[in-house]
Design a protein around this ligand. Sequence first.
Ligand code: SAM
Length: 266
Amino acid sequence: MEQSWYRELDLDAPSPARVYDYFLGGSHNFAVDREMAQRLVAVKPDVAETMRANRAFLRRAVQHLVEVGVRQFLDLGSGVPTVGNVHEIAQRAAPDARVVYVDVDPIAVAHSTAMLAENPLAGIIRADLRDTETVLGHPVVGKLIDFAEPVGLLVVGVLHQLPGDEPLGAIRRYREVLTPGSYLALTQVTQDGRRTDSTELLKETFDGGYAKGADVMTMRTRPEVLAFFEEFELIDPGLVFVAEWRPEVEVPDPERLSTYAAVGRR
Ligand code: SAM
């Protein structure tokens, strides 16, 4: 049975999942999403670069976790499938890797379901990641994730959509069930490093533009981001701006992209 907070498909309003898909060059977006994207670009011209940097971090983090032996991933706020999905990255390096995706967005879930139909080692569930007991108790999670073994918990590009302390409580609950050797990888939008008018305007545009004001952009400071990693040890290079996390190419002025990234190990 669906719960009231599920965001129903509303093609008259933009969705963050589909706007992100547009910025990554995907095709699962509508005119209303592309208009929203243009409004975001108008106030912060490097917003597309920010989203691509976020996605590139996800890829580098998953590749690293597979290299160090992680074989199961729980990807919270997984998005519309696009180039370089977690199961593709992980299973290319380790064909036995298992992935469960979690998202609230109906389009993200529909496309993920179709993409994973032939993949017995990956699944998608539609849930609010803050509803931890629904996620942890879901049969797909029960089938694919063995919490006695290390898990890569991915919370990438989603925390800015979750206001207040709720996400901290949720991540704390997920961390509780992770065995030593597990990892948490996350990104978080921030104003640290550079508090610019464009970041303020981006927030205003984001808050005003998305459906029924349900989505507000929450920035977090360095100490607030570190709080997600209690009892986890940050692996090298620690909490850095997203393009600085084990970069493959040098990005000038990385704080410009207003996003932190880190990976921690239990
Ligand atoms: N993690 C992917 C990445 O970094 O490339 C996708 C990020 S996309 C910007 C954020 C996704 O989080 C969207 O698909 C959105 O629907 C989802 N999302 C937002 N709030 C959520 C929540 N409370 N629970 C689960 N998913 C959520």
